[in-house]
Ligand binder design. Structure first.
Ligand SMILES: [Fe+2]
Length: 125
């Protein structure tokens, strides 16, 4: 059964969805079950370019993807960066050519960051 805020992907067409309301049914796309994406925080050879780094300055949160900045070319880029708290979910979409970073204004102190690479999947910190 799905859980709120899980991310699922269709391995056939590439659709990606986030669960924002729970139901009992299985998520299906292209005639097959969608696959729950693991939230990676470590993977050999990939961590330094994918692990989100967050810096808080009051209510401003600056997020960068990777201690070594992630590539942002059409074939390989960070599609979005998300901040989630107990009550909020803020998501910024990026495109090739952008820097792999963004800023959020947040009213809560505790947060988690997730980022989605079109090739290497879902990462969290
Ligand atoms: Fe990547």
């Amino acid at each position: 059964m799905t859980q709120k805020r899980e991310i699922y992907k269709c391995n056939s067409c590439g659709n990606v969805v986030e669960v924002v309301h729970l139901g009992v049914g299985e998520l299906v796309c292209c005639g097959q079950p969608m696959v729950k994406m693991d939230e990676k925080s470590q993977e050999e050879g990939l961590t330094e370019k994918h692990l989100p780094l967050a810096e808080a300055d009051g209510q401003k949160i600056k997020v960068k993807i990777g201690a070594v900045p992630h590539p942002m070319v059409a074939e390989h880029f960070i599609e979005w960066i998300e901040i989630k708290t107990a009550n909020e979910c803020l998501l910024k979409f990026l495109k090739p050519g952008d820097k792999p970073e963004t800023e959020f204004e947040l009213s809560e102190a505790n947060f988690q960051v997730r980022a989605y690479c079109n090739i290497h999947g879902l990462w969290k910190k």
